[in-house]
Design a binder for this molecule. Structure first.
Ligand code: HEC
Length: 189
């Protein structure tokens, strides 16, 4: 490690672009030894605590209910209602950064999948993820960009845009889940 820093420092001294060094510095605080990030939750917990509830708020924010009483159009109307949806959009956008933090584990040690017939076990998912981080990051970015679309629609108070982004978000969830979580799932015929 120490050697790598020395090389990077030397490169800077001689005016070589810092990005020419092949690997980014690990998530260590600039000042010294202690890592800046403290990874507490697992990917599974981030899904359950941040990603899923935030997406639910966005998906539930616009709906049409038709029953005997007539048609009810649900959508954010007041500033306060728009603010509520916006909070969830921000949480979802930024949760994607939590997902790609180096060293984040898929699930707590000893965790088992609930539907082993169709789901990979946590250690299998971890292997997939570690073997090809670029793909993991690509899927997380897919969700980032989808959720950023919702944020933009919210800032424009664009109901149709918010609904459309709901579908894009749903696809981003599915794309990643199909790759890591239940790749063996067969379409229902
Ligand atoms: C970058 C990949 C990725 C994206 C994007 C993603 N997920 Fe996940 N998700 C996972 C993985 C991997 C698991 C399996 C974790 C486990 O069970 O150990 C998971 C599990 C879950 C779970 C189960 C959590 C639990 O406690 O069992 C829920 C719910 C979930 N995701 C919701 C979502 C929703 C909703 C979205 C989109 C808004 C989404 N995920 C987007 C990778 C992703």
């Amino acid at each position: 490690m120490r050697g790598m820093y020395a090389v990077a420092a030397a490169a800077l001294l001689f005016g070589v672009a810092a990005c020419s060094s092949s690997k980014p510095a690990p998530a260590a605080a600039a000042s010294g030894s202690e890592p800046a990030f403290r990874l507490t939750g697992t990917i599974k917990e981030i899904m359950d605590s941040v990603v899923d509830p935030s997406a639910d708020v966005l998906w539930d924010s616009v709906s049409t209910t038709i029953n005997r009483q007539g048609t009810t159009e649900k959508q954010p109307r007041t500033d306060e209602e728009w603010k509520m949806v916006r909070r969830s959009a921000v949480a979802l956008v930024e949760a994607t950064n939590l997902l790609v933090m180096e060293g984040r584990k898929v699930a707590p040690p000893g965790d088992k999948s609930e539907n082993p017939d169709i789901e990979l076990g946590p250690e299998q998912m971890q292997k997939l993820l570690d073997a090809d981080r670029a793909s993991w990051v690509k899927y997380a970015h897919g969700l980032h960009d989808a959720a950023a679309g919702a944020l933009k629609a919210i800032d424009e108070k664009n109901i149709q845009g918010l609904m459309d982004s709901g579908e894009t978000i749903d696809n981003a969830c599915e794309n990643c889940h199909k790759h890591y979580w239940y790749p063996d799932e067969k379409p229902v015929s």
